[in-house]
Ligand binder design. Sequence first.
Ligand code: DGY
Length: 321
Amino acid sequence: MKVFVTKPIPDIGIHLMQDQGIDVTIWDQDRPLMQQELIEITKQHSALLSVGPNRLDANFLKECRHLKVIALYSVGYDHIDVEAAVQSTIPVANTPNVLSDATTDIAFILMLAVSRKAFYMHKQIINGAWNSNRSTKANLGIELKNKTLGILGLGRIGQEMAKRCKGAYNMNILYCNRAANMVAEEELQATKVSFAELLQRSDVLSVHCSLTAETKGVFDLAAFKKMKPSAIFINTARGQIHQEQDLIKALQDGIIWGAGLDVTNPEPMKPDNPLLFMPNVAVLPHIGSATVEARNAMARLAAENIICGLKGERLPNIVNP
Ligand code: DGY
């Protein structure tokens, strides 16, 4: 039983697998794993624990159809061709639930940071531009109390964001989702609306949906134009859900007020990207799940999925049943 782990993960996951007699190989080189290398190394293993950006496309799945299990070290599974995985009958698992709190923290931080221009003001100090004589009208923020939060994708993370915004700021919650979320409707008085209504009515619009053919690029200039000029756009889900050039234009032309991003397109974002220099923008380098607690729990879940897969048991977190 041999597993290939494509980046180091917390020891707890490695030990769990080793305790079951699994031989663990970890890619720990300080450079990305090339696609062909991934295929060649994976061919020598019976299981793959995939961490990070490598695309597990139809070709990979064909070349590595011998795999007994693929465990993703992420909740998102847009980097694997799930249809091809179904065809190839390789069970695939993700790491749901355990990173919802950590990712919500980042959405919340970004919302607050944008609303008070916090990242920009911090840079002002670093640049020696703290001006005690500044006008009382300079660099004002927007308060969140009693404002309307719109959530695209009311799953675990979206629901946690809604809960926090309701509790902290008594925000009115709108959501756009395929299925109605009765818990949110009853406990948070959330209202299900169409995408068009979500755009029109949200003061803060926070993206928590998966990246799919339906959601890819859905925040384009036309969508931003339907939003309020005072609106804040937050994306902690996937960078490809918004069109970056359109977002830049929307912010430069005052079509929307601000944006907070933990995900960009492409990643990493280039250091000269105009978004990094805008007062009403806060950008983080995709750190939604980057807490000790979340990453340990992800390592444990991914390892449990590998162990079950190698034993021929059903994966606890299967995404292609
Ligand atoms: C996830 O788990 O999907 C995070 O965004 C990390 O990719």
